[in-house]
Ligand binder design. Structure first.
Ligand code: COA
Length: 387
């Protein structure tokens, strides 16, 4: 039985910051951001949006009424949790209008958790083909104003429906998970911004990718020509280039050139959104599905990485008709119609996030036209509305 991604959707903020403006404000050559880091625009998330509202919207746009009747499990993968106890998936379940006979849970391991959720979903469907598992990978990447990580912020959510007989891609085996206990990026309890050793993190990422890929090859005898593309977790798009070049070196064979071109296709959407932690690999996969040179039956290698650190290399196979099984136009038009804001506006929004605040607050909804919104906090409870 084939198991995999039957539907995929994406949502991000309707506001963005142009990184040339940020470079000018920070006294940096814009090419450092555009070329050196590989980012052009950054999603700026309003205080009335969070992982629940963005994740719900990503799912709402792709689910039919019939889908809502058949979903059995909702897993939200995030490192931007809104409660230490209650799973954000419960709020998502309510906003999506799902029935009560559903399993709802939250997964955490930095940017890796989306992949853990996909593998768990595959296991559930494998045990019971009637399972329809909604996986949402949603995050807001925050490093702080005037920090080296600032240019790699962003936010958004990818929603995926994992079922038997999927229309987009099947998840294959074997997969290679890999864990090392390192402190390259973490967010202690009570802090709203991550602490990061960015260069160390980049090096650990590359080492773990090479190790996982090598082990995958030992287990399968696959070589590069077995892949039509390799897609990566992209905290910033240059990271994918660094990882792929670490594998290819100066190889200029046809397959090496093809993998480089497919990588460029897989970076296009991420360049315009920035980091969305758990969702970044899957936004890159969407970018590849839209912009890559792909055909049904071809195999894509995916490398997932979460600081701390855990990685996984696994493969997916494209299904016949995959290109019409998701709403490419909606994803692209949602990005094109975003509103550009100034650096001053971005800084004001950054500083007005709810953060760890637990006092009663009613948020100003004037600038947020989204269908799902966080309206504030009452008695230490987050209040969401649906238009
Ligand atoms: N034109 C073109 N490229 C330029 C440039 C210019 N004018 N100025 C600098 N660059 C290049 C540098 O050569 C460097 O390229 P390289 O990485 O290929 O060597 C790149 O821009 C970044 O510059 P650098 O000064 O090395 O980086 P930084 O100190 O500003 O930090 C990060 C970059 C990514 C480490 C930092 O943004 C960060 O910590 N981000 C968050 C953590 C993260 O995303 N970790 C990833 C693993 S999950």
């Amino acid at each position: 039985m084939k198991i995999g991604i039957d539907k995929i959707g994406f949502n991000t903020s309707s506001y963005y910051l142009d990184l040339t403006d940020l470079a000018n404000a920070r006294g940096v050559d814009p090419n450092k951001y555009l070329i050196g880091i590989g980012q052009e625009k950054q999603a700026v998330v309003l205080p009335t949006q969070d992982i629940v509202t963005m994740g719900t919207m990503a799912a709402d746009q792709m689910l039919t009424d019939a889908d809502r009747q058949t979903i059995t499990t909702v897993i939200v993968a995030t490192e931007s949790g809104i409660d230490n106890s209650k799973a954000s998936a419960i709020y998502v379940k309510t906003l999506l209008g799902l029935g009560d006979f559903v399993r709802t849970i939250e997964f955490k391991e930095a940017c890796y958790a989306g992949t853990a959720a996909i593998q768990a979903a595959k296991g559930l469907v494998s045990a019971n083909p009637e399972e329809h598992v909604l996986v949402i990978a949603a995050d807001i990447a925050r490093y702080g104003l005037n920090t080296p990580g600032e240019v790699t912020q962003g936010g958004g959510a990818v929603a995926m429906l994992v079922t038997a007989n999927p229309r987009i891609l099947s998840i294959e085996g074997p997969s290679v998970p890999i864990t090392r206990d390192v402190m390259d990026f973490w967010r202690p309890l009570g802090k709203t911004e991550a602490i990061v050793d960015g260069k160390y993190s980049t090096n650990v990422y590359i080492e773990m990718f090479l190790e996982a890929f090598k082990r995958y090859q030992e287990l399968t005898d696959d070589d590069l020509t077995d892949f039509t593309a390799l897609a990566f977790h992209l905290p910033f798009t240059k990271m994918g280039k660094k990882a792929l070049e670490a594998l290819l070196g100066d190889e200029d064979s046809l397959i090496a050139e093809k993998l480089r071109a497919q990588l460029t296709a897989s970076q296009i959407l991420n360049r315009k959104v920035g980091n969305l932690y758990t969702g970044s690999l899957y936004l890159s996969l969407i970018s590849l599905l839209i912009n890559g040179e792909l055909a049904a039956g071809e195999k894509i290698g995916l490398f997932s990485y979460g600081s701390g650190a855990e990685g996984e290399f696994y493969t997916v196979t494209l299904q016949a008709g995959f290109e019409t099984a998701f709403d490419k136009d909606l994803i692209e038009s949602n990005l094109e119609t975003r509103t550009k804001i100034s650096v001053a506006e971005y800084e004001a929004i950054f500083n007005s996030q709810l953060g760890m605040n637990s006092e009663d607050i009613e948020l100003n909804l004037d600038n947020d036209i989204s269908k799902f919104r966080l309206t504030g906090i009452q008695n230490q409870k987050r209040i969401y509305t649906k238009k």
